[in-house]
Every structure is written in structure tokens, then in C-alpha cells.
Design a binder for this molecule. Structure first.
Ligand code: ATP
Ligand code: MG
Length: 313
């Protein structure tokens, strides 16, 4: 089996008195979108910079497609593309000129650079704007061109550091579509984000980073399940009904709200909801409100990154 696009083990990185990475472990599967999710200062950019050979880590091991980022930096650079938090484009050049320049910088002959630029402009929906200055592009268009520039040499692994930060909703959707396209074409993507919905929408797997280490990892669904899974919440109109409901249902009562919360069984939330409805109906208990609640990724994230919460994996 070929080595994974990225394998990081116990990576440490200190800046003066700041520990930016504190034993980071990460493995990315080929052909997937992997999100590194974390708040400001969690170490996302440091991780991407270490993985892309821009920053040297102090301890631990990082292999890109089996190549060591410290000892085989040139091999690693040939494997990767990087879109950093700041744009790499020249705003005074046209979109096409930027891409051709990148192609030339990466050693393509002029005609090859022009062909590749045209192909990328078409693929990223920028053909109509190709011969305008980048300074006239919207934020989403600029970011798409940034991504296109990083793909000039068809890297196997693309790093995107907060690709949609600062974009309006339309721009975000366009960039998401561009990222999905990148993966469809066979490139593996590691993106960093502070946005839960972005990780939820795009990523096959999510690694939650806090203070330079992994605090949780899984699919969006697994992370949500980690917080206790689905719950069915029943509210009844009066105290009598509440007392009867407490006897009937195996859940957590809240007398003030006349509510019982039932954790979903192994058959899932919908099944538990049906069971609850049937038994309430059979007992003739009137219900004010009945909801099936799935923890949101926001709740997972807040729970995991809260300073007072114990670390869980
Ligand atoms: N060049 C540097 N010199 C000193 N400290 C740094 C440097 N780069 C990062 N740090 C510190 O390392 C920690 C991690 O920073 P990093 O930029 O990796 O976080 P981040 O998750 O990318 O944050 P953001 O979401 O704000 O981009 C922070 O405390 C930051 O202040
Ligand atoms: Mg950053």
C-alpha cells in the first residue's frame, strides 16, 4: 500500500515562550478532504507550515507521501500545493497572467504554462474574468484563483489555510465547490477552518485542534455522537401529566419545564422517538411539545474547546 499523503507523529513546535504544537498526531487518507478545526491560536497555521516545509518543527516526525519534511524537503515540495492565509497573487496582474507566472516559476515552458492556466481558469469558473486585473475580482474569485495557482503542478496533496475566512456566503459556496472539484480530480486536501459548518459540509474527517494538540477526531457524525448522540425531549402541559410521564419514560426529568429528556437507544433517535410517542399515546398523556435533538457540531466544538472541560478523545 502506498504511504498516506500525510502522516504526523508527536509533532512539537515552540516559538520563544509559546508552545504552538504540543504533540500533534495526524494521518490523512488519500483522496479525502480532512479538516483541521480549531479556534484562533490553536496551531492550525503552524501545523500547515510544518507540513509544507515552511517551518521546521522541534520534535516528532512528519512524512508527506512517505517523504520526511526535514530531510527530503524538495521531494515534499514537489508533492504539495499550499494556499496560505494571505494571498500569493499579484493584484495588478490579470488572472491569467498570475497563473502563467506561477507556471513559469514552477519550471513550465511558456506554452505549457499558458495551457495549464487556461485549463485551470476554465475549471474554476474564471475564464470570463481571466483577462481582468485580480484587484477587480471578488474575494471568492481571488480565493479560487489562489487555489488554481497552487494546483499548477498537479500536487497530490493540497493545503488550504482558512480558505473561506472573510468571504461572503456566495463566495464561500463558490470556494467550497472549487475544493470539491479539486478532490474529484484526485488531489487530497487538508484544510484548516474555524467554521464548524465548513468542516461539516466539506470534510470526510475532522481533527479538532486545541492548544497544539488533537482533542477529538472523527467524522462529523462521530463527533456529534461523542457528545451523547440524539435526545428526545417531551414537554407536557401540567404537573399531573408530568408525574405520569416520569413513571412511564426512562429519561431525565425536569419538573420546572415539565420535560423529560430521553437519550436515544442503539437503534437511533428516530426509533426512540417512535417508541416514546407510542407509549405516551397508549397511556393517553397529552403532549405540548416533542422534539428530536441532535447535538450540533457547534455544541461539540464548544464542549471540546471549553477550558474547564476534561480532554476527551
Ligand atoms: N512566528 C511566530 N512567532 C511566535 N509565535 C508564533 C508564531 N507563529 C505562531 N505563533 C504562536 O503560536 C500559536 C499558534 O499559532 P497559529 O498561527 O498556528 O494558530 P492558528 O490556529 O493558525 O490561529 P488563527 O486561527 O488565528 O490563524 C499562537 O499562540 C501564536 O501566537
Ligand atoms: Mg492560522
Amino acid at each position: 500500500m502506498p504511504p498516506p499523503p500525510l502522516l504526523a507523529r508527536a509533532v512539537h513546535k515552540r516559538y520563544a515562550d509559546t508552545t504552538a504544537l504540543d504533540g500533534l498526531d495526524l494521518e490523512i487518507a488519500s483522496g479525502t478532504i480532512h479538516a483541521l478545526l480549531g479556534p484562533n491560536g490553536a496551531g492550525k497555521s503552524t501545523a500547515v507550515n510544518v507540513f509544507s516545509t515552511l517551518t521546521r518543527h522541534d520534535r516528532g516526525e512528519v512524512l508527506v507521501a512517505g517523504h520526511d519534511v526535514r530531510r527530503q524537503a524538495a521531494r515534499v515540495r514537489a508533492e504539495i500545493g499550499l494556499v496560505g492565509q494571505a494571498t500569493a497573487l499579484d493584484p495588478m496582474l490579470h488572472g491569467r497572467e498570475n497563473l502563467v507566472m506561477f507556471g513559469r516559476l514552477h519550471g513550465l515552458a511558456n506554452s505549457a504554462a499558458r495551457d495549464r492556466a487556461a485549463e485551470l481558469l476554465e475549471g474554476f469558473g474564471l475564464a470570463d474574468a481571466a483577462d481582468r486585473k485580480v484587484s477587480t475580482y471578488s474575494g471568492g474569485m481571488q480565493r479560487r484563483l489562489d487555489i488554481a495557482a497552487a494546483l499548477i503542478r498537479r500536487p497530490g496533496l493540497l493545503f488550504l489555510d482558512e480558505p473561506t475566512t472573510g468571504l461572503d456566503p456566495r463566495g464561500r459556496l463558490d470556494v467550497w465547490a472549487a475544493i470539491r472539484r479539486v478532490v474529484e480530480q484526485g488531489t487530497t486536501v487538508l484544510l484548516t477552518t474555524q467554521y464548524l459548518d465548513e468542516a461539516d459540509q466539506l470534510a470526510d474527517r475532522i481533527t479538532v485542534l486545541g492548544a497544539g494538540r488533537v482533542i477529538a477526531e472523527g467524522t462529523a457524525g462521530e463527533l456529534k455522537d461523542g457528545l451523547g448522540g440524539d435526545r428526545v425531549i417531551v414537554t407536557v402541559p401540567d404537573a399531573t401529566a408530568f408525574a405520569r410521564m416520569v413513571d412511564l419514560l426512562d429519561g431525565e426529568p425536569d419538573p420546572d419545564r415539565r420535560q423529560v429528556t430521553v437519550a436515544a437507544g442503539p437503534a437511533g433517535g428516530t426509533h426512540t422517538l417512535m417508541t416514546v410517542v407510542r407509549s405516551l399515546d397508549a397511556a393517553g398523556i397529552r403532549v405540548d411539545d416533542l422534539v428530536l435533538r441532535r447535538p450540533t457540531l457547534d455544541e461539540v466544538f464548544l464542549h471540546l474547546t471549553a477550558p474547564t472541560t476534561g480532554v476527551s478523545r
